[in-house]
Design a protein around this ligand. Structure first.
Ligand code: ZN
Ligand code: ZN
Length: 600
């Protein structure tokens, strides 16, 4: 299972590279927001010019989440100055100045911008005889447009941050001041956007993972996660579910070595196409590599015995631990690591079985995503990259098969020309989280090449030897990364079936320890992940801590509960079930956990 070279798939933060950063929630494109944001950069520059007449402006584009303007100013602008600039922008917006376009000669433009070396440099690079300038109020800027009709169209905006930026991104050039902002057509949209940024900050899986004791990272192994007991509970809950689903679908689980000889990687093509991302090791004077992918291992398992067409499709599933070298600068929590577990599978089948098999995988992906609460996803098809193995004829066949299947399921798809794996085209699934960020997780890759390279065969109906077709696929992608996505999607409030601690028993005081302990023991015996808080602390403090630990159910026990042999249950949602029978509570737990309900 390969990750394409251009996109950082499976083991990556991010298809949108900065989708995790603060200013990163994707704006709704196509709604003219980019034009509005670019226009806002003019308004901001105009306001800065009023406050700091010496400022010399460089460039002010719209970006994915807003806009910025770079400018040269002798004095330093501090975060508290942003408010002043915003006030000035407010006035310009209120005046509703038209953005007026004028086409002038380059010479005229050079006169207008004679004091601004940045604009002069830009004018000199323009090939046409004429350039366009835009005037709004008393502010003139060199710009190709387009803009909104007038400044009043900006209904809501916010300046977000200040940064340094080299002119043209070149560190040999002067460092300019950059101010970032974002603009919207309504106050409501701005409010939603700012809330999303706040939520993304609060949901950062690296902080939640540390605070809840799920996993940590250490200098002793940079980029290699350490999973703690509670993190392993989440992993194992996912694994149990994954195994059951795969068993139903007729997969057989295998496990292949992490270290395999270099010769194997030369045969598979990884040596030529993927060597820079691999780790190597010497054993008994022979060269080995630590596997970056599971495919060759699965092929060796296949090749260990003779196969007949009657066995097909053969589906080998493997939770395979792979290692890939990533530069230290791009590591990012569980999103970008140097080792991770792929929920991989390799399927060997007849060409005539391909379509049905791909549909089956797509149904499995759909089913599993819904259980995790991701019912919103889209599909992309990636075609032959420049660096590849296999003939064009084989690629033609493979690509049209994938397109046919997706079209047959009535799914629209985005086509990524040239972004397939080096051995075959692929279908990627991109899930959308509650912050509307997308994550590429599942991949189905078609492969006519590796069976050839490894010379694998089966006996056909005609009793002759034939070459099978191979599919590589993952559903979750990287187990570790998927856990990171889940944590951020739920801000750590995982559905009860995944929560490391499902129930915590909270005695109101020492008097009720005995009964509380018996309830706790009964819950443990019945297999629930329960804890008890027996510390001498106030109930309110215990509740607060249980909330911080994001435990879905609290069982509160005092006088009434002990006497009636009942419990009072507080759900994480804040809803209380007063004095209910223990059996009623465990029925509720069973229903929520067995049915994998999202909310307690
Ligand atoms: Zn593979
Ligand atoms: Zn402009």
């Amino acid at each position: 299972m390969e990750r394409s070279s251009k996109k950082l798939n499976n083991n990556s933060s991010p298809e949108e590279l900065n989708s995790l950063e603060l200013n990163s929630i994707e704006l709704d494109s196509g709604s003219g927001l980019d034009t509005l944001n670019h226009s806002s950069s003019h308004i901001m520059a105009s306001a800065i010019k009023k406050l700091y007449p010496d400022a010399k402006f460089a460039i002010g584009p719209s970006i994915k989440n807003g806009f910025y303007y770079d400018f040269d100013l002798a004095i330093t602008i501090a975060p508290e100055d942003l408010e002043k600039i915003e006030t000035e922008m407010g006035k310009i917006i209120k005046n509703d100045f038209k953005f007026e376009k004028q086409i002038i000669s380059k010479n005229e433009a050079k006169k207008i911008f004679k004091d601004n070396p940045y604009k002069i440099e830009l004018i000199n690079e323009i090939k046409d005889e004429n350039v366009s300038i835009y005037t709004s109020g008393d502010f003139v800027d060199l710009c190709a447009g387009p803009h909104v009709e007038s400044t009043g169209k900006v209904a809501a905006f916010k300046l977000l941050s200040i940064a340094g930026a080299y002119w043209r991104g070149d560190e040999r050039n002067k460092m300019l001041t950059r101010i970032y902002g974002t603009a919207f057509y309504s106050r409501e949209d701005l409010k939603n956007y700012l809330e999303k940024i706040e939520r993304a900050k609060r949901s950062d899986h690296r902080n939640i993972g540390r605070d809840l004791g799920l996993f940590t990272f250490h200098d002793e192994a940079p980029g290699f996660p350490f999973f703690h007991p509670k993190g392993m509970i989440i992993q194992n809950a996912i694994l149990d579910y994954w195994r059951k689903e795969h068993e139903k679908e007729g997969y057989f689980e295998i496990k292949t070595p992490v270290i395999l000889s270099n010769d194997l990687w030369k045969t598979s093509g990884h040596w030529d196409n993927y060597k820079d991302n691999m780790y190597f090791v010497q054993i008994d004077e022979c060269e080995y590599a630590i596997k970056p992918m599971n495919c060759p291992g699965a092929i060796i398992v296949y090749k260990s015995s003779q196969h007949s067409y009657r066995e097909f499709p053969i589906r080998y599933a493997e939770m395979g631990l792979v290692h890939r070298h990533e530069k230290s600068g791009v590591l990012h929590g569980l999103f970008r690591v140097r080792n991770f577990t792929q929920d991989d599978a390799h399927i060997f089948c007849l060409e005539s079985q391909l379509k049905d098999e791909i549909i089956r995988i797509m149904n499995l992906i759909d089913r599993m995503y819904k259980v995790f609460g991701f019912s919103d996803y889209h599909v992309e098809i990636s075609t032959r990259p420049e660096k590849r193995i296999g003939s064009d004829e084989v690629w033609d066949k493979a690509e049209s098969t994938l397109k046919d299947v997706v079209a047959g399921k009535n799914l629209s798809y985005r086509l990524n020309e040239g972004e397939g794996a080096f051995y075959g085209p692929k279908i990627d699934f991109h899930i959308k989280d509650c912050l509307e960020r997308t994550w590429q997780c599942a991949t189905i890759q078609l492969d006519f090449s590796m069976p050839e390279k490894f010379d694998i065969e089966y006996t056909g109906e005609d009793n002759q030897r034939h070459r099978p077709v191979m599919l590589h696929r993952v559903v979750l992608g990287s187990l570790e990364r998927f856990i990171g996505i889940l944590i951020e999607n739920y801000s750590g409030n995982l559905p009860p079936w995944l929560a490391p601690v499902q129930v915590i028993v909270l005695p109101i005081s020492e008097k009720f320890y005995e009964y509380s302990n018996s309830v706790y023991k009964m819950l443990k015996d019945q297999g629930y992940r329960a804890e008890i808080d027996n510390r001498v602390e106030s109930l309110s403090k215990k509740i607060k801590q249980a909330e911080l630990a994001k435990i879905p159910y609290m069982v509160i026990i005092g006088q009434n509960e002990e006497q009636a042999k009942t419990v009072t249950v507080r759900k994480k949602s804040g809803q209380d079930l007063k004095n209910i029978k223990i059996k009623d509570f465990t029925d509720l737990l069973d229903d929520t956990i067995k049915n994998k309900k999202i909310n307690p």
